[in-house]
Design a protein around this ligand. Sequence first.
Ligand SMILES: *Cc1c(COP(=O)(O)O)cnc(C)c1O
Length: 394
Amino acid sequence: MSNSIPYGRQNITEEDIQVVIETLKSDYLTQGPRITEFEENFANYVGSKYAVAVANGTAALHLCALALGVEEGDKVITTPITFAASANCIRYCGGEVVFSDIDPKTYLLDINKVKELLESSPKGTYKGIIPVDFAGNAVDLEAYRKLADEYGLWIIEDACHAPGGFFKDSTGEKQRCGNGMFADLAIFSFHPVKHIASGEGGMITTNDEELYHKLLQLRTHGIIKNNDLYENSIEFSGGVDEYPGWYMEMQALGYNYRITDFQAALGNSQLKRADFGLQRRREIADFYLEEFKNKPFVKGQSGVVAGHAYHLYVMEVEDRLGLYNYLRENNIFAQIHYIPCHLMPYYRELGWSEGDMINAENYYKQCISLPMYPTLSREEQSFVISKIEEFYNV
Ligand SMILES: *Cc1c(COP(=O)(O)O)cnc(C)c1O
C-alpha cells in the first residue's frame, strides 16, 4: 500500500516509457507521425470523424471558441461546477460567460434552467452552450442539440472528464462522449489526473469538416500550405506558373497550440489501456456505492450510472471540512471539485455573486472527491473507506 493516496494519479508503464524514448530518437520531436497516429486512434476511440491534438485542454477550448467565431460581447452559457477553463475560453475571445445552475442530483448543467434562460430573452441573445461531462457523467447531448437548434446555438462539449463515457439516446443507442453526433466540437485533456496522460496535452473531436480545417489552421499560427486555398496570386508568390515549394500563407490570426510527438506517443500508448482503466474506475465506483449507500452522513454521491466514466467519485457529506482534514491526517488527499466558477474573484468582478447559483453553491458546501484512479488497490480503497467510517463513528 502506498503511504500517500491522492484523489487521482497517472499510471506510467514500461511500455509508455519505451515509446517516448523511441520517439525521442526518431526524426520528429514535433509535427511528426506520432501526432497523426494519436489523432486517428483517438477519433476511433470516441467514434468521431476528426480529431485535432493540441498543447492542452485549455488550448483546445480556446481553439474551439475561435473556430466557432466567438467575438466581443457574445453570450455563452456554461455550468459553474467545472474547471475555470470551460468558461475562460469565452473570455479569451471577449465573449460574455453566462453561468446557469446545476441539477442537484446529477451535478450537471440543468437543461431546464438553460431553457428558462433562453426563453427569457429574445432569440439571438445567446451564441452557444458549453455543457461539461462533470466527473465523467455524460451529458444528454441529444436534448441539448434539440434546444440549441431551436435557438441557433452551437455546442462545445467539455468532455475532459469523460473519455469512454456515454449516454443513451432516445432510441436507446449508446452515444460516446466526444463522438460529434450532437455537439459541434468536443474537447479532452491529457493532464496527469485525467484518464489518459501525456504530461500536457489536449484533443478536439468533431464530425464537421469545415471546423476541422479551421482548427488545423488555427493550431499553427493561422498558416495554410495548400495550393488550392491560397489568396495571393501566383505572380506574387515568387513562382511563374505555380506556387514555389517554400510558399505558404498566414490567412488568420492563429497560435502555436501544437502538441509534441513524444507527448502524442505517450498519449497513444496510454490510449491502448483506456478501456482497462475505465473498467477499474467502474469497479472502484461500485465498491464506494456499496459501502456508502444508506449511510446517514452521505447526502449525495456519484453512484453507479451506466456510461459514467468516473474521472471523479463525488460524495456530498456532513462536516465536509472535518472529513477532508481527517483524511489528510491519514495521508489520504481527497479534493474538492469545484469551488463554483462564478464565485472566483475574477468572475465576481464581472458581476457574479453568492446566491446566483443556489444548487451549485449548496453542492460546493458539502462535496468531496474520493480517491479514484485505476491503480488504486482494493486494500487502499478499503483503507479510505474505513477512515471515512471511523471519522463518522459508524
Ligand atoms: C482539466 C480540465 C480542463 C483543462 O485542461 P488542461 O489540459 O488542464 O488545460 C478543462 N475543463 C475541464 C472540465 C477539465 O477537467
